[in-house]
Design a protein around this ligand. Sequence first.
Ligand code: G6P
Length: 605
Amino acid sequence: MCGIVGAVAQNNVIPILIEGLKRLEYRGYDSCGIAVHLDRKLQRSRSTSRVADLEKQLATSGLTGFTGIAHTRWATHGAPVTHNAHPHFSRDRIALVHNGIIENHDDLRAELQALGYVFESQTDTEVIAHLVDHMYTGDLFETVQQAIKRLTGAYAIAVFSADEPHRVVAARQGSPLIVGLGDGQNFVASDAMAIAGTTDQIIYLEEGDVVDLQLQRVWIVDVNGRSVEREVKTVQAYSSAVELGPYQHYMQKEIFEQPRAIADTLEGVVNIMPELFGDKAFSVFQQIDSVLILACGTSYYAGLTAKYWLESVAKIPANVEIASEYRYRDSVPNPNTLVVTITQSGETADTLAAVKHARSLGMLHTLTICNAATSAMVRECALAYITRAGVEVGVASTKAFTTQLVGLFLLTLAIAQSKNRLSEEQEQAHLKALRHLPAALQSVLALEPHIVAWAEAFARKENALFLGRGMHYPIALEGALKLKEITYIHAEAYAAGELKHGPLALVTEEMPVVTIAPNDTLIEKLKSNMQEVRARGGQLYVFADADSHISPSEGVHVIRLPENYGLLSPILHVVPLQLLAYHTALARGTDVDKPRNLAKSVTVE
Ligand code: G6P
């Protein structure tokens, strides 16, 4: 993953680069660094702590420069130690930052070592820095165009030379990169948010593009070396949306923003219409005979939930696949399938590759449920529904997930309507339930004090089981994922009926078993599964709908949700699980918003 930002300006670029890094930390935070051009020399500062630490380091050193590049790292090749932190230098002439993976780095390293280059890091990135230095002609733009021809893999790079002040050259292949146009200053970054507030004039570079950034001009060539004009877009600056406000953590803020995020996502939905997904959606929905959902992580669990809706409401067969698996397996393509990607960021490398793979197999009907309107995924898919969660900063996804579910429910209704499987009366009932969601979520959020009490007990555990049935099974999976992501407690989720086929062996008096108990048609079956746990001494922590008739007793702890919410119940039941993970993490003192080893946006495979 990693985040890149670079600037060519007439003033000191350090403040812009530091601000950019802070906004790019969601892409990884194992280490960070900045290099600037000063008096025809390269200067750099690196830290294996967070950007705030780098900022302090720079304030002390007083480093300044008018041309610079910066990087925040998610380690792939080499441990997160200072000598592996970017920017990497070659012979004190070339400075380079990189996002992605260079697959032929071993061969190139051997070649460059034979030429006398000495490597200081274990990274694949340093290989590019030495390669650029080795091929350097005195014209960095020309050199980078030639050097990238030697690279295999995915990358976005930004590079400058001690010999060429006021010039940064950048290139992308498989990893995102944008150019920001300013007045007498220009920028390059992994995303537009990095430079929001400095400029809103953005160019989204295309695969294979190389850009020459100077003070007064920006020159782009495409993959064939031909000069190209790319559209300049005005992108709304959303810097204020990432303020923490009265909250202690972004995750907490984002959990509590869910009523607003869902209301915003539903804004403009007056009636159910296929056109919510694009002009051509109606004819596409009429043609399709199945749905294939591709996603990763939390978004994958949103997809698993939607499968229940699609098959029960729209009566259309739906498959859900982990994007990184689908892209590499042999599958049987059906051209009448609607391929749906779900992605918060719109930049996840595996999901992007999976939809391209589906298209290469002749499946041309593509649709994305995405939270980033200008992302690569929205550009990639023919149809789209943009969720309005707002920027999600916490690495553990919360409001993005619940708004994805809203988008997927709308998709279910729109497909059902296009196929005449939705009466006017049903449509109105579903719309009413959707519109009541923000208020219903407020009542669930009000349960927080009860959950805090449970979190104390969870904080002392190293294992937990989560049980759910039917469309709440994916919610159990998501609850377990939340807990492991931010508390590092080993948590596993099972469809409750599977308990007896293995996981029951794990149940002892030490094992907390979180159970999602909506008052649906499976409630009696679930109660039997709960008995199986109690008979082995397991401690049940049950989130039950008010009318589920489940009462607290010895070893059975119960928190009641105010109402049964029918088909939309997964959207409510996930919220207490988010709060449980959050408060357990607080009690354990882990880094809630930036859990170890993870990143918000995963742009490597
Ligand atoms: C990362 C994030 C997860 C997210 C997943 C998929 O692993 O930490 O929260 O669910 O990527 O991301 P996407 O942007 O495609 O939804």
